[in-house]
Write a new protein. Sequence first.
Length: 415
Amino acid sequence: MGEKNLEIVQDQTATEPNGQISHLALDIGGSLIKSVYFCRSDSSGSGDDQDHECSANGGCAKKRPAIEGSLHFAKLETSKIDQCLETIKSMKLQFNGFVHQNNTIEDNTIKDTSFIKATGGGAHKFADLFKEKLGITLEKEDEMDCLVAGANFLLKAVRQEAFTYIDGVKEFVQIDHNDLYPYLLVNIGSGVSMIKVDGDGLFERVSGTSIGGGTFWGLGNLLTKCKSFDELLELSHRGNHRVIDMLVGDIYGGMDYSKVGLPSRAIASSFGKAISEDKELDDYKPEDIARSLLRMISNNIGQISYLNALRFGLKRIFFGGFFIRGQSYTMDTISVAVNFWSKGEAKAMFLRHEGFLGAMGAFVSYDKQRLDDLLAKESLQLQVRTSPPVDTDYQSPLNGESIENETINCIIHTA
Ligand SMILES: Nc1ncnc2c1ncn2[C@@H]1O[C@H](COP(=O)(O)OP(=O)(O)OP(=O)(O)O)[C@@H](O)[C@H]1O
Ligand SMILES: CC(C)(CO)[C@@H](O)C(=O)NCCC(=O)O
């Protein structure tokens, strides 16, 4: 297998995903399947171009063969795994190089020896299904390894990857490659993993909580009868949590409990009003329930994250996972929780490719060593351009700025 590395470039025209797809990585989670794939642009070189490149001083060196194209990001609900298999089957996949050389799909039949990188619980759960239906072996990469590799890669390679979100103001954070570690990575998927990251491949999963995105989606479905996650999020935008949550002021007759630093508007008890009034579920507006639920879960995750950061003396907390969806209310709540509990000492930061950390990590695991070399030379630049939706399931991301279905231009060098 020829060695390759990935370069993310600027000032290239993004390609639609209609070129040849040569590298695909999957993160199959409890709620969502995420994919990152490389799509070669039609004008791209063959990859075995051996021309020479000459500089102004007259010196010539052998040009590194390059395949130009773009990285694509897509997601689908895990319950629609059959649709995922169909999509992969219909993709113009060409497994040259990263997998077994010259191993191509002919007439939609993928040869036995084909494999794709996959992570998340579903890489184990659905391995037999991929083999049986597509003849593809899922090459399993550890979920935590991939989350950390994906986060480190994106933080180093993408200029505007991390940002703070305070009082509705988004501010990008410049990442100093020499001062990135340690940090706490909080991945909010169906459940929540909290990982202390000390370097490339150096990490420990220090905590987690089962009250995560799956809880919001699941409880939200039961309580509001929403049909989809996006509908639930949309509802939450219109709600008022004070109708359901019991505030400090409700208990203290409208006053702050200043002695212990609790303002009257602080939530004393999430959903607390629902027990103190003689009301049924139907008496509450679904939007108020959705809002209160989103707030409760975001607040709880912010607080547990802060406590873990405190445990290890970490000042920076990066939040990822598809629960966030670039939603201002979610990010604001998490930021306020971290700020409140840490008395301004710790900082909550969010990642633009929030939901794709694991899939990105699986993707870069195709060629870890070469990629690290490239990053060390700090030669990566990135340009993100919007492309039309890739997955049929996609709906516009409400008021958020989720990165799903965008493309990143890049070049893969063969060595
Ligand atoms: N369109 C969507 N459909 C379903 N859930 C969504 C959607 N968009 C965002 N979410 C939220 O994202 C969560 C899943 O996030 P993510 O994909 O990061 O985790 P996962 O990999 O499925 O879970 P885990 O890592 O725990 O196995 C859901 O539980 C839900 O809260
Ligand atoms: C089980 C995983 C790692 C699967 O992605 C995730 O859903 C999670 O971190 N859940 C929280 C489990 C816990 O630590 O209580």
